[in-house]
Write a protein that binds this ligand. Structure first.
Ligand SMILES: [Fe+2]
Ligand SMILES: [Fe+2]
Length: 184
């Protein structure tokens, strides 16, 4: 991933860091925290199959480009399948863009069909993506990014979004500025 695209690599590290903090904040034991962090680190592995010109396009993607970008979830799942990764991690790679109301991709899963580990990573992924610099926009200030998560009621798990608040507070206190690009 690092060799392929630095911004995507940085994004995966950021989401993994947020996931590690989230697991700790939720009181997960070492094994669950490790699984969550590992899943987060791998969630966008399919992006190495997406042309860099689309990945880092300095503007909105058109419909065709969006469709191609969205293949990264199923491509990552296909890449890791049969290589000793457990089903929970594979589900995160495939389903991290699914939304509770069925508006996500690639399978349009609804509510309870989306496993807990996937929901956890999705919250971290959406937040991480907001606070990153993208080729087409400046980072959303961390204090506003949490409000955006809150506004995604019905799409993200509301209990998990509430539980994520202490993680974002700690992130604000740490005063880290995130300079990486990408992910849609
Ligand atoms: Fe993704
Ligand atoms: Fe992502």
């Amino acid at each position: 991933m690092r060799r392929f695209d630095d911004a995507t690599h940085q994004h995966c590290l950021l989401v993994a860091g947020l996931a590690a903090a989230f697991g700790g904040s939720l009181g997960f034991g070492p094994a669950d925290r490790h699984r969550l962090t590992r899943a987060a680190l791998l969630h966008d592995v399919g992006k190495i199959k997406i042309p860099p010109a689309i990945l880092n396009k300095p503007g909105k993607l058109d419909a065709e480009e969006t469709a191609l970008m969205r293949t990264h979830a199923a491509l990552g799942y296909a890449m890791l399948g049969g290589n000793g990764f457990d089903d929970e991690i594979l589900a995160v790679v495939r389903s991290h863009h699914e939304m509770l109301d069925g508006s996500g991709y690639p399978d349009g899963l609804v509510g309870h069909k989306i496993p807990d580990l996937v929901r956890l990573v999705t919250v971290c992924d959406v937040y991480g993506a907001l606070i990153e610099r993208r080729p087409y926009r400046a980072p959303v200030p961390a204090e506003n990014a949490y409000e955006t998560l809150r506004g995604m009621t019905g799409r993200l798990d509301a209990h998990l979004v509430s539980a994520f608040k202490p993680v974002t507070d700690a992130f604000l206190l740490s005063n880290i500025s995130v300079l990486t690009a990408e992910t849609r």
